[in-house]
Unconditional design. Structure first.
Length: 231
């Protein structure tokens, strides 16, 4: 346990990377969307929406890729085991996901209370997320946050374990899997059925099922890969 806590402290040596950068990225996206809604008067457009919040999740994924590729070798020089480093990294990812999700719930509440910052912008709770309860919002935010974080860890492990070859293999494999699924669904004319199935599920169920599945799969694969990764 002490070694895991040591790995956690290792992540706090330069907290500006994991804490400041994702929020600077998403705040820049927020500012751009505010400007677009202001000059375009999009508050009166019912179909207007933004996926700018995805910038936070993308930035968090990149941060955890860098955490593994840059911090893992340093952790090995300090005598930390791979298991301790992984445990500390996973703990940081979980705590950040919970804390960030709480902040997003607060921002969504302020956004709702100000009628979208006075211009009808649903940035922090887009695509109907503002109609969910606070608990449901938190679960959705946290599920997506954990998926992004552990996917970043898994990609970082692949980079350390197999280098550029591993990353290209991962990218090509993802294209083949998702592309093959698209071909199969098209062949059986199943897009309408898939859309109906998704619409029949609540946002919380989809987040917990799909994003939670990605998080668990990424966590398992990254732990397995890290055991043989070379610093």
């Amino acid at each position: 346990m002490n070694r895991v806590l040591g790995a956690v402290r290792l992540h706090t040596i330069r907290p500006q990377g994991g804490l400041a950068i994702p929020w600077l990225v998403v705040l820049a996206s927020f500012g751009i969307n505010l400007a677009i809604w202001a000059v375009g008067d999009l508050g009166n457009e019912p179909s207007a929406g933004t996926g700018g919040l995805a910038a936070l999740y993308c930035a968090l994924l990149i941060v955890f890729v860098q955490t593994v590729t840059q911090t893992f070798p340093f952790a090995m020089t300090l005598g930390l085991s791979r298991r301790a480093f992984y445990g500390g990294t996973a703990a940081v990812a979980a705590v950040q996901a919970l804390a960030y999700s709480a902040v997003l719930c607060v921002l969504a509440a302020v956004e709702r209370g100000t009628d979208g910052w006075g211009m009808g912008l649903n940035f922090w709770a887009p695509y109907g997320l503002d109609r969910q309860s606070v608990v449901q919002q938190f679960l959705i935010y946290a599920s997506l946050m954990l998926a992004s974080s552990f996917l970043g860890i898994a990609i970082g492990v692949a980079a350390k374990r197999w280098g550029a070859t591993g990353l290209w293999t991962l990218a090509i494999g993802a294209i083949v899997v998702f592309g093959g699924a698209a071909v199969l669904i098209t062949a059986v004319h199943g897009w309408t059925d898939l859309g109906d199935w998704l619409l029949d599920r609540s946002a919380v169920a989809l987040a917990l099922g799909l994003a939670g599945g990605v998080a668990l799969l990424s966590a398992g694969l990254s732990y397995t890969g890290l055991r043989r990764a070379v610093p």
